[in-house]
Design a binder for this molecule. Sequence first.
Ligand code: RFL
Ligand code: PHB
Length: 392
Amino acid sequence: MTRTQVGIIGAGPAGLLLSYLLHGEGIDAVVLEARSRSYVEQRVRAGVCEHPTVELLTELGLGDRLAREGLPHHGFSLRFDGEDHRIALTELTGKSITVYGQQEIVKDLIAAHEAKGWPIEFEVSEVDIQDLESDRPRLTYRDPRGGARELVCDFVAGCDGFHGISRPAIPAGRLRTLDREYPFAWLGVLAETPPSHEELIYAHHERGFALHSMRSPELTRLYLQVAPDERLEDWPDERIWAELALRLETSGDFALHEGPLVDKGITPMRSFVTEPMAYRRLFLAGDAAHIVPPTGAKGMNLAVADVYALSAALTEWVRHNRTELAESYSDTCLRRVWRAEHFSWFMTTMLHVDPGADEFARRLQLSQLRYTASSAAAATSLAENYVGLPFA
Ligand code: RFL
Ligand code: PHB
């Protein structure tokens, strides 16, 4: 049996950053992760860091490599009817976003833990939360060799993503979940080729949505809207490139740079919110509590905002025995979560082709695209949400 102040389940951006913040406040924490270190460091996911995320990571001393290798972006393109309409993020808001892969943030956080000797246990299994009704919840699990282990905690942070065990550990009837399914998914690829355009391109096309993004001057990240039950086997590389070329076609000067595909995956799209985000001494953060469709580039940024609030709440409780911030943790986070839910739903419905949409819905969608592209007021609203609203 071991003791810690905060037992953290999951070494994604939420769990690792929470651990980093707590240790920085002199609070003891242990992170338990089901996967291996190399698996979590290689997993290709988010790419866009909002302005407040970049500011926070920089303030915390986590911004060195991000400043060197991250790509600052001052705008992106909305492409429809074969034309580009630039959303000038920085002109409209004074702020920018930075393209820096989520797994790079994960690598930076793991390296910082390693340097300080802060514990992360990888490849653990059968993690379970016990005695959740008491003031000493326990995490039981197996170490990589199969040995039974127990971690007695003052608090538990459920940072184990959408499919984790934390949310289901809360008694039925104490949580409300609200969700939306979308009639499509994303096929995402990583291509060893320089980006075809210096900025991101969000393209609406009658064949479906396409997104041109990047990871570095040599690596392009691309996505296609596909059916929710689409199989990866049905998408050989040639078909992916042909479809991207069709959907990204423009009357302007644009040529798609092809190259070897080094990562391919299909991601379902959903919106999902858990209310409240806490039960007794268990606090949910990140994807464990809420999911947004990736069109707004908000998921990882919400995870960062959650644990920023959670670390402040737990620090107040541990240091000063004050529970107000912990009691308001869920409400504080949910205000930001619902703004991001709305924005992500808005971007998703504006840009994708809904196979069930009638002609009226299609006209509304086109009108929204044209209005966003031509009105400074509409573009500013989009840009303000995209670069990220200030932390609470
Ligand atoms: P994560 O990253 O899923 O981490 C959860 C961790 O918990 C572990 N785990 C367990 N460990 C122990 N015991 C168990 N029983 C466990 N069950 C699970 C898992 O192995 C994992 O390591 O959640 P976290 O930390 O909340 O972070 C959330 C983000 O990962 C997610 O919101 C983003 O990736 C979403 N997202 C994007 N977000 C952005 O902000 N900007 C983007 O541009 C963006 N693009 C994307 C995205 C997500 C995508 N996919 C693949 C879902 C693009 C895509 C395609
Ligand atoms: C990415 O680069 O992976 C990316 C960019 C923008 C999004 C989603 C994903 O909206």
